[in-house]
Design a protein around this ligand. Structure first.
Ligand code: MG
Length: 373
C-alpha cells in the first residue's frame, strides 16, 4: 500500500442555532459555531475532523488554511506524529488556545483517512477494547429556576438516560438546595453529577462538594478555575466527592500535575480541543497509568467530535463514561447521514460505528447550509 499524500486542507466554518439554549455559570448560549476540517489525498480518500470553535469560526478557518495547510501539502498522511509537531511549530510559546484547537481538527481528519486506508474502524486502529457500545450521561440540566430544572431532569429520565449532569452556579446556598432537590426528584435509581464551569472559590467549593458527597453524586466537575491547581489539591483533601476536570486542557502537559498526584478521579479532555486523537490519546493513557478515569468532554460540539470520542472511548481501558448532549442539535444530527438510531443515545449507550475510520458519511449539503456567513 503506497502512502496517500495530502493534496488539500479545507476548513468549513459552521454556525448553528441551539434548539435548547445551554445555561451555565458563564451565561446563556443560544448560538454556537465549529469548524469542520476536510483533508483530501491523492488516493481519493477524504478525511474529516472537527475543531472546537464556539465563536469566531472564520478566524479558526484562517489559521487552518493559511498557517497549517502549507505544512501538510505533499506530505504522506501516515506521518501523523511528525505533522503534529510541524503544526505545533507554527507558533512559539506555550501550547494552547486556537492553534491547538485548529490542529485538533486536522489531526482527527488524518486519523479518519488512516482508518479508511486500513479498512478498520478508528477504535480498532487505536488498539481496540472489544466494546460495541459505550456508556454515556446526559448533558445537562441547565442552571435555570426550579420549574425549568425539574422539567429538564424529567425529560432526560423519560428519554432513558440513567446518568444525568446538572449545571451549578452561585450562590452556594442555592446550589446546595438544587443538589438536594435534584436527588430527591431523581431518586436513587438515577446517577447524578454536577458541572460548575469554574463558578466557585475554594471555600465555596468545599461547601458544595460536601453537599454533593452527602447526596451521592458521582463527580464534581470544574469547581475551580483550571489554573488553580493548588486549590484542586486542597479541595480533594477536604471533601469526599470525586473531582473531574480536563476540558480546559489543551495538552498532556497541562493535565500532568493533577493526574499524576491523583487529585482528579476523572480526566475529561475534548478531542476537538486537545490536539485531536494524537494528543487526547496521550492524555487518556497518562490518566490510565495513574488509575484516573477517562471521560470525554463533548459539550456543544458536533458529530465528528462525538464520533471520534466514541472511538477513543472504545479503545481506552480506563474509559468510564462519555458526555452526550441531550438535544438533537444540527451539529449532531444534520451533518452526518447516520441511520436513525445508529449512533445516538439509547438507554444510556452509544453504538461504536463499524465502518472504516470514523465511520461517518458527511452530508455536504447540510454542511453548506450551516456554513457561517
Ligand atoms: Mg464541563
Amino acid at each position: 500500500m503506497s502512502d496517500a499524500t495530502i493534496t488539500d486542507v479545507i476548513a468549513h466554518p459552521l454556525t448553528q442555532q441551539m434548539r435548547r439554549p445551554t445555561v451555565t455559570s458563564w451565561g446563556t448560549y443560544s448560538e454556537v459555531s465549529m469548524v469542520l476540517v476536510e483533508v483530501r489525498t491523492d488516493a481519493g480518500i477524504t478525511g474529516v475532523g472537527e475543531t472546537l470553535a464556539r465563536f469566531a469560526p472564520r478566524a479558526y478557518a484562517e489559521v487552518i488554511e493559511t498557517l497549517l495547510k502549507p505544512r501538510l501539502l505533499g506530505r504522506p498522511v501516515a506521518d501523523i506524529a511528525a505533522h503534529w509537531q510541524q503544526m505545533r511549530r507554527a507558533l512559539s510559546g506555550r501550547a494552547g488556545g486556537m492553534l491547538i484547537e485548529a490542529i485538533a481538527g486536522v489531526d482527527i481528519a488524518l486519523w479518519d483517512i488512516m482508518g479508511k486506508r486500513a479498512g478498520l474502524p478508528l477504535a480498532t486502529l487505536l488498539g481496540g477494547c472489544n466494546r460495541s457500545e459505550i456508556d454515556v450521561y446526559a448533558a445537562a440540566v441547565n442552571w435555570g429556576d426550579d420549574a425549568q430544572a425539574d422539567a429538564e431532569l424529567e425529560r432526560f429520565i423519560s428519554r432513558g438516560f440513567p446518568r444525568i449532569k446538572v449545571k451549578m452556579a452561585r450562590p452556594v446556598k442555592e446550589a446546595c438546595r438544587r443538589i438536594e432537590r435534584m436527588r430527591q426528584r431523581a431518586g436513587d435509581g438515577i446517577e447524578l453529577c454536577v458541572d460548575a464551569n469554574w463558578a466557585y472559590g475554594l471555600d465555596e467549593a468545599i461547601e458544595v462538594g460536601r453537599a454533593l458527597a452527602a447526596n451521592g453524586y458521582f463527580w464534581f466537575e470544574e469547581p475551580l478555575r483550571p489554573e488553580d491547581e493548588q486549590g484542586y489539591e486542597q479541595l480533594r483533601a477536604r471533601c469526599d466527592v470525586p473531582l473531574a476536570a480536563g476540558e480546559s486542557n489543551y495538552t498532556v502537559d497541562q493535565a500532568m500535575r493533577l493526574v499524576s498526584n491523583r487529585t482528579l478521579s476523572i480526566l475529561q479532555p475534548d478531542v476537538a480541543r486537545a490536539g485531536g486523537v494524537t494528543e487526547t490519546r496521550r492524555m487518556a493513557l497518562l490518566a490510565g497509568a495513574h488509575d484516573v478515569g477517562y471521560a470525554p468532554h463533548i459539550g456543544m460540539s458536533g458529530i465528528v467530535c462525538e464520533t471520534a470520542s466514541v472511538h477513543l472511548s472504545a479503545a481506552m481501558p480506563n474509559f468510564r463514561v462519555m458526555e452526550c448532549e441531550g438535544d438533537e442539535s444540527p451539529f449532531k444530527v444534520d451533518i452526518a447521514d447516520l441511520k436513525p438510531g445508529c449512533l445516538r443515545q439509547q438507554n444510556g449507550t452509544l453504538d461504536v460505528p463499524r465502518g472504516p475510520g470514523l465511520g461517518l458519511e458527511i452530508d455536504w449539503d447540510a454542511v453548506a447550509h450551516l456554513r457561517s456567513n
